[in-house]
Design a protein around this ligand. Structure first.
Ligand code: FES
Ligand code: FES
Length: 162
């Protein structure tokens, strides 16, 4: 039996109101309903991190969250984080370090990396590895990704100390 629920939420700073099927996951709502295709689907059961987005300030897996549960929530996707400039330095570091190859994991990886920048500004390289351990990358071997995040953490710390 199909059941629909009305939800109103904020996505990348804009108010969105929709009637959603209770079986719809956030990642599918974002991609199919709102056309925000930056976050990807892959495993669809919470393992790979390709679908990572932010809900109420925290990184979550879009394939594990039901859209119907998000009435009143604030959702940010890679498009929003890019548009605000919040991760401009992180994106530049990924380019400089060649931390993205096929790019499939990159949106989710950037949202997880932004979570480190936000919540763990003093993270060590081991902390970075631990934090992104739920984001699978099949191309880079992770070293370049850790380098890029570490570069940004150090640069931000230096700029705050100056
Ligand atoms: S698609 Fe969500 S964790 Fe893999
Ligand atoms: S760059 Fe290809 S999966 Fe990460």
């Amino acid at each position: 039996m199909n059941r629909r629920i009305d939800v109103s939420l904020t996505v990348n700073g804009e108010k969105v109101s929709r009637s959603v099927d209770t079986r719809t996951h956030l990642i599918d709502f974002l991609r199919s309903e709102l056309g925000l295709t930056g976050a990807h689907t892959a495993c669809e059961h919470g393992v790979c991190g390709a679908c990572t987005v932010r809900v109420d300030g925290d990184a979550v897996r879009g394939c594990l969250v039901m859209a119907a549960s998000l009435d009143g929530a604030v959702v940010e996707t890679i498009e929003g984080l890019s548009d605000t400039g919040e991760i401009r330095d992180l994106q530049a570091a990924f380019v400089a370090r060649n931390a993205s190859q096929c790019g499939y994991c990159t949106p989710g990886m950037l949202v997880s990396a932004a979570d480190i920048l936000k919540h763990a500004p003093n993270a060590s390289r081991d902390d970075i590895r631990e934090h992104i351990s739920g984001n699978y990358c099949r191309c880079t071997g992770y070293q370049a990704i850790v380098d890029a995040i570490d570069d940004v953490l150090k640069a931000r710390r230096e700029s705050e100390a100056a």
